[in-house]
Write a protein that binds this ligand. Sequence first.
Ligand code: CA
Length: 238
Amino acid sequence: MAEAYSSLAKPTILVVEDEAPLLTLLRYNLEKQGFKVEEAADGQEALLRVSEARPDLVLLDWMLPALSGIEVCRQLRRRPNTRDLPIIMVTARTEDQDAVRALDTGADDYIAKPFVMDALLARIRALLRRSGGVAAKGTLTYRDLTMDQDAHRVSRSNRALHLGPTEYRLLEFFLQHPGRVFTREQLLDAVWGRDIHVEPRTVDVHIRRLRKAINGKDEPDLIRTVRSAGYALDAEDH
Ligand code: CA
């Protein structure tokens, strides 16, 4: 279902794509859905555009001249001001390896070419929902972990943590139900939404990233893996 945005809150999507016909098609469809579209035709230009004006989301093609999408993603994740910039990677092949590599590099989601426009739009909306816009409600804590939902800040033992939008939403969900075990499917429904199809193994990738972000050296792992069941926010330190 089309979800129109008011002109005041038009999210900007930076489309990084070197195939002109596809770029035109994407611009047409995204604008029709109420998005503002910026373009970049190669990786270098993408980095330049982002530093000029931060978009709300980057739709990043993997195969680009000069600098690959993977490299652009890596560089954006390395910069403090774009560490949490929502990125959807467009992969050329449907191989699982590529998807996992895209996520490991720091992309929040991926879609394989050729894609159905509605599926892409659903993913864009879902990621924008995860990355903000959600009404803030106060502070959530678990052990030495604190999430300030108003300031969108997370800390552990007073150390500021930097989470991507998906990891933030995942942690927020765990903090709302500490100790409870959730299956990958339940986490997908709660965090990604029911309207998009995501491989259950995607959850594993984001759990790995969440662990890396919240568990400092010598700190107990706050995420418990429950074999053949799923995950829980539950420290195993006794
Ligand atoms: Ca390309």
